[in-house]
Write a protein that binds this ligand. Structure first.
Ligand SMILES: [Zn+2]
Length: 458
C-alpha cells in the first residue's frame, strides 16, 4: 500500500471552490485542495517523465556533465511549469573530484572503496595503518577506544538516514579526527556495494574518508593477532568551481513568498533517484498545478532548485546568507522536498518550528493525507539553512523511521528509479501542492504562528 492508498479517505469528498484558508482551521472545506488541481496532479504524465529524465542524466554529482545536463533541463522545465523565466544565480564552491581509490590488504588483495565527497587525498603511496572497528560508531564507542585511535583508521557503519537517533556520518568523521585517526572508513548496508556520502569537510583540513561494502568491513574484523592492517589510497583533484541556483518567481498580491525547494545534485554511484529526482520532479509538478492560481493569493510562490547540497548544503547556504533582512522576513515558509517517495509514509521535519505543526497537520488531514511531524532540527537538507536563519522551514521526506522503506537505499548504488512508484510520487506532489496553496493564502496572524518554536496549547 502506498502513501496515497493508506492516506486517502474513502467515500466522496466535497468539491470546494478554492483552497482559501481561514483563521482557526476549523472549516476544513475551505482548505481542501480544489478538485481540478488535485485531479491535474493525479493525471499529470509529466511528473513521472521528469523523474525518469532526471534519472537518465545519472547521479548528478556536482561538477560533472550529469549535473550540468540536469540544470539545463530544469531551466527549461521550470520556466514551462511556472510560466516565468528562470533567474540563475551563480554559486562558487570548492570543486572536487575523485580520480582513484582503493583499499589493499596485507595479503596483497584489494577491495573497492568510494571516497566521500571532498575527502582529502592520501600521499601517492597511500596510508598504511591498522583499522579499529568501532561498530556503529556511537560517541560511547569512540570514547571507549579513544586511546587506540591515534595513528589508526576508524571504521564505522552507515545508518538508516531517516530515523530518530541516527548519528550523522559527519559527526563520526569529526569524532575520528578528534581522536587522532589518520583515516575514516564507513561500511554501507547493501551487500556487495560501497556507500557514498559527504566527508563534511569544511576548509582544508581533513582525513582521507571512504565508503566500503559490508563484506570488506567483515574482512576488517579484529583477531587475536590484533587490528588488521590495510593501505588506503585516494587520489583527488581540487579546483575552484561554479554551479548555479535556479529561481522562478510567481508573484502573489504582496511581496511575501513561499519558497518551494529541491536539490538537483546527488552522488555518482547510481541515479540518485529517491535522493533527489523525486523532490525535483514533485516540485515541478506542484508548480505546474498551482502556477495559474497564485496571483490572487497573498503570497507568491518561488520555486528554487539548489545544487551542491551534497557539499554541506552550500547552494542554499549562499542563497539564504545573500538575502537582506527584509527579504528573509518576507519568506513565510520554505517547503523543501527531498526524498519524497520510496516509502509508504510522509513526514514533515519541522526544524524546531512547533508553531508550524498544527497548520501542516490540519492541511494534511483536511485532504485525507497522513502526515507525521518530527520536530528536531536536522541539517540534512536545504531547509536547515532557512531554519537556522529564522525562516519557518520543513523537509518533506518519505519512509521516516521505517527500516523497510526503500529510502534505506539512499547513497547506495540501489538508489534507482525502480525503488519509487508513480502513486507515491503523485501523493507527495499532491500534499505539497495543498500545503503550498494554503501557505500562500494563510492570514498574517497564522503565518506569524509558524515562526514560534513553542508548542501551542489550546
Ligand atoms: Zn537529499
Amino acid at each position: 500500500m502506498d502513501a496515497r492508498e493508506c492516506g486517502r479517505k474513502s467515500g466522496s469528498r466535497p468539491v470546494p471552490h478554492s483552497a482559501t484558508l481561514h483563521a482557526g482551521y476549523k472549516n476544513t472545506t475551505e482548505m481542501i485542495l480544489r478538485e481540478d488541481i488535485r485531479a491535474s496532479i493525479a493525471a499529470d504524465p509529466e511528473l513521472w517523465r521528469d523523474f525518469e529524465a532526471l534519472c537518465d542524466f545519472g547521479g548528478r554529482l556536482s561538477g560533472t556533465e550529469s549535473e550540468r545536463q540536469a540544470l539545463a533541463f530544469l531551466r527549461k522545465r521550470g520556466a514551462q511549469a511556472s510560466g516565468v523565466s528562470c533567474r540563475a544565480v551563480p554559486v562558487a564552491y570548492h570543486g572536487w573530484r575523485a580520480r582513484d581509490a582503493r583499499l589493499a590488504f596485507g595479503d596483497g588483495s584489494t577491495a573497492p572503496c568510494h571516497p566521500l565527497v571532498r575527502s582529502v587525498a592520501t600521499p601517492a603511496a597511500g596510508i598504511a595503518a591498522e583499522v579499529v572497528d568501532l561498530g556503529r560508531g556511537t560517541p560511547e564507542e569512540f570514547d571507549a577506544h579513544r586511546e587506540e585511535l591515534a595513528g589508526r583508521i576508524a571504521l564505522v557503519r552507515h545508518e538508516l538516514m531517516f530515523a530518530a537517533g541516527t548519528i550523522h556520518r559527519r559527526r563520526k568523521v569529526m569524532m575520528a579526527r578528534a581522536a587522532g585517526a589518520v583515516g575514516f572508513l564507513i561500511a554501507g548496508p547493501l551487500p556487495g556495494a560501497c556507500v557514498a556520502g559527504s566527508s563534511g569537510r569544511d576548509g582544508d583540513d581533513g582525513i582521507p574518508s571512504a565508503g566500503i561494502s559490508p563484506e570488506t568491513a567483515a574482512r576488517l574484523a579484529r583477531s587475536s593477532a590484533g587490528w588488521p592492517r590495510v593501505t588506503l589510497t585516494t587520489a583527488t583533484e581540487e579546483a575552484p568551481a561554479a554551479t548555479e541556483t535556479l529561481l522562478f518567481d510567481i508573484p502573489g498580491r504582496t511581496d511575501e513568498w513561499v519558497v518551494l525547494s529541491a536539490h538537483v545534485d546527488g552522488h555518482d554511484l547510481a541515479e540518485s533517484a529517491i535522493d533527489n529526482a523525486t523532490g525535483v520532479a514533485a516540485a515541478l509538478a506542484v508548480t505546474r498545478a498551482v502556477a495559474g492560481h497564485i496571483a490572487p493569493l497573498r503570497r507568491g510562490l518561488r520555486l528554487a532548485f539548489f545544487s551542491v547540497e551534497e557539499w554541506a548544503l552550500i547552494g542554499s547556504a549562499q542563497y539564504v546568507t545573500g538575502l537582506a533582512a527584509r527579504e528573509r522576513d518576507a519568506i513565510a515558509l520554505n517547503v523543501n522536498l527531498d526524498s519524497v517517495a520510496g516509502g509508504a509514509s510522509l513526514t514533515a521535519m519541522t526544524s524546531g518550528f512547533a508553531g508550524l505543526e498544527p497548520f501542516l497537520l490540519a492541511v494534511a488531514e483536511a485532504n485525507g493525507h497522513k502526515l507525521r511531524c518530527v520536530r528536531p532540527l536536522m541539517m540534512n537538507s536545504d531547509h536547515g539553512n532557512f531554519a537556522t536563519a529564522g525562516i519557518p522551514a520543513f523537509r518533506l521526506v518519505a519512509g521516516y523511521d521505517d527500516p523497510l522503506a526503500n529510502t534505506r537505499y539512499v547513497l547506495t548504488p540501489a538508489d534507482t528509479r525502480d525503488k519509487v512508484t508513480p502513486s507515491q510520487l503523485a501523493a507527495a506532489a499532491e500534499l505539497s501542492a495543498t500545503v503550498v496553496l494554503a501557505a500562500c493564502d494563510a492570514p498574517p496572524a497564522e503565518a506569524q504562528k509558524w515562526r514560534s518554536n513553542r508548542a501551542p496549547r489550546p
